[in-house]
Design a protein around this ligand. Structure first.
Ligand SMILES: *Cc1c(COP(=O)(O)O)cnc(C)c1O
Length: 332
């Protein structure tokens, strides 16, 4: 199986913003775009994206998961980067159109079609370090993906980093390219130095998130995660898992979680920790590495509550459980 996100359907949905308006969207080849080497995005990182999925149900119908939430976040990211405001209705139609075109290529569960809307500043103006791009390009790439857990993934090893940060705090809730480049140096060092899979950024001891996923702690019947603020990415998976946890009668606590409390709770035998995101849904964290010491989270193995929550979310996505929160949009 090809690596996640390396296979693309040959066409994508495309539109551009010029002369203060969005052009009509079109379906175009997905293997190239035309961009001036002086384009704003290439110099000043005026770029944001989204990640969502379409699922094939047993009856052959196709459904996109929580598209409204991703569109809202895409709109917010574009605005916070001073890119042109997106037209959510247009982008919604672009997503549904390109997914419909490739409905026959959507993998059966546990696979899905990953959808990557992308918005970039295209104005050729290298003098605009402190001014927005007046033109932009917005396209929707789609990529069939398989089972993230194929091959029996091991619980992750995660380094707690209290001194660095993932990105500038005012950029935290923007899904923007520069943030990932910003976190790459520390993540590569953590992989090399302590064989960590990810860094859990905990600036000044405040447990925040990893490079591309939110962090959830499960302590018996309680699920704990950082309360929303503008310093980190507001994951749609995070919010969905919290909703399902509440549906199951779990206590949902959105609060400030300190490294000290995280390590204290992790030492208990029935505690679980997980990373949440669209790509992997929920991935178990088995080990926390802190100041040179390794701490198992609970048993250090995949936990039953993590598995139960992931299954509950998958069941809705795959049409095996009723969509009680109206999270699915059918593609016709
Ligand atoms: C995309 C992303 C997440 C997860 O968001 P979902 O909407 O659940 O996919 C979390 N953190 C970061 C930094 C992200 O980029």
């Amino acid at each position: 199986m090809a690596a996640f996100g390396t296979v693309f359907m040959p066409h994508m949905a495309f539109t551009s913003f010029e002369n203060n308006q969005w052009n009509e969207a079109a379906i175009v080849a997905s293997d190239s775009i035309q961009l001036h080497p002086g384009a704003h995005v290439l110099h000043y990182s005026s770029t944001c994206f989204e990640g969502l999925k379409a699922f094939k149900h047993a009856d052959g119908s196709i459904h996109v998961f929580r598209m409204d939430q991703n569109l809202k976040r895409f709109d917010q990211s574009s605005r916070l980067l001073s890119l042109p405001d997106i037209d959510q209705a247009q982008v919604s139609k672009m997503i549904l159109d390109i997914v419909a075109q490739y409905s026959a290529d959507i993998p059966e569960p546990p696979g899905s079609m990953y959808i990557r809307p992308t918005h970039i500043g295209t104005e050729a103006a290298i003098g605009k370090a402190a001014a927005p791009s007046e033109s932009s390009m917005l396209y929707v790439l789609i990529s069939p993906v398989g089972d993230y857990f194929a091959g029996g993934s091991k619980p992750l090893r995660v380094l707690l980093d209290e001194t660095g940060m993932r990105c500038a705090p005012h950029m935290g809730m923007i899904k923007s390219g520069g943030n990932y480049a910003s976190a790459l140096g520390p993540i590569l060092a953590a992989k090399r130095d302590v064989q960590a899979d990810q860094i859990l950024f905990c600036p000044n001891g405040d447990v925040q998130e990893t490079g591309a996923a939110n962090f959830l702690l499960i302590d018996g019947n309680e699920i704990i995660t950082k309360a929303l603020d503008s310093s980190f990415l507001h994951g749609v998976t995070r919010s969905s898992i919290l909703t399902l946890a509440a549906d199951m009668g779990m206590k949902v606590t959105e609060t400030q979680l300190s490294v000290e409390e995280l390590l204290k709770r992790s030492a208990k035998p029935n505690v679980e920790a997980a990373l949440s995101g669209t790509a992997a849904v929920l991935t178990s964290v088995g080990t926390l590495i802190h100041n040179g010491t390794e701490h198992s989270v609970g048993s250090g193995e995949h936990g039953p509550t993590t598995q139960k929550l992931r299954q509950a979310l998958n069941d809705i996505q795959w049409g095996k459980a009723p969509d009680t929160h109206n999270w699915l949009t059918e593609v016709k």
